[in-house]
Design a protein around this ligand. Structure first.
Ligand code: HEM
Length: 140
């Protein structure tokens, strides 16, 4: 748990800093949002998250274009199953490609571009159920 939890978060942090250097206009928007949302006389807390929609969208976009885990863990089915006409036999190892999903033009317009706005709804909220966004893989 320590290795799964430390390398993932520190790499995400480093990639985020890299993208903020690469796109100074995005960096400025994050900075302005943080300045506006967080009082200077206390430390930030998770309760402040809702005020940081753009910042969260930037982190999601970093996780989309650069998923720390390109693949999920090995999974297997406990019975034969059929998906879109393909048979996946019992006990076959299934390894979902997060990277392919995050670059699939069926889900993402212009997938190669870094666009945090794609995670913000038309009424300015964070789109938390975006189909095709699987940085933490698929679960069971
Ligand atoms: C940006 C942060 C993180 C990302 C992108 C990430 C991504 C992932 C992915 C893709 C998997 C594979 C899931 C699967 O295929 O079923 C996974 C598994 C796992 N992650 Fe993370 N993770 C992150 C942070 C963390 C943290 C903070 C912890 C613990 C404190 C953690 C602990 C674990 C563990 C224990 C597993 C294995 C779960 C299992 O055996 O079913 N991860 N993570």
């Amino acid at each position: 748990m320590f290795s799964a939890g430390s390398e993932t978060t520190s790499s995400t942090f480093r990639w985020t800093i890299l993208y903020l250097i690469k796109y100074p206009e995005i960096q400025k928007k994050v900075h302005d949002e943080i300045d506006k949302a967080l009082p200077r006389d206390r430390l930030p807390s998770l309760l402040d998250k809702d005020q940081l929609v753009y910042t969260q969208a930037v982190i999601n976009e970093v996780l989309r274009v650069n998923p720390i885990a390109m693949f999920g863990l090995y999974h297997a089915f406990d019975k034969d199953i059929e998906i879109n006409g393909n048979c996946i036999p019992k006990d076959a190892i299934v390894l979902p490609s997060i990277l392919l999903c995050h670059n699939d033009p069926d889900y993402w317009e212009d997938p190669k571009s870094f666009k945090p706005e794609r995670f913000i709804t038309s009424d300015g909220k964070l789109d938390i159920n975006k189909e095709g966004f699987l940085p933490f893989s698929l679960g069971k």
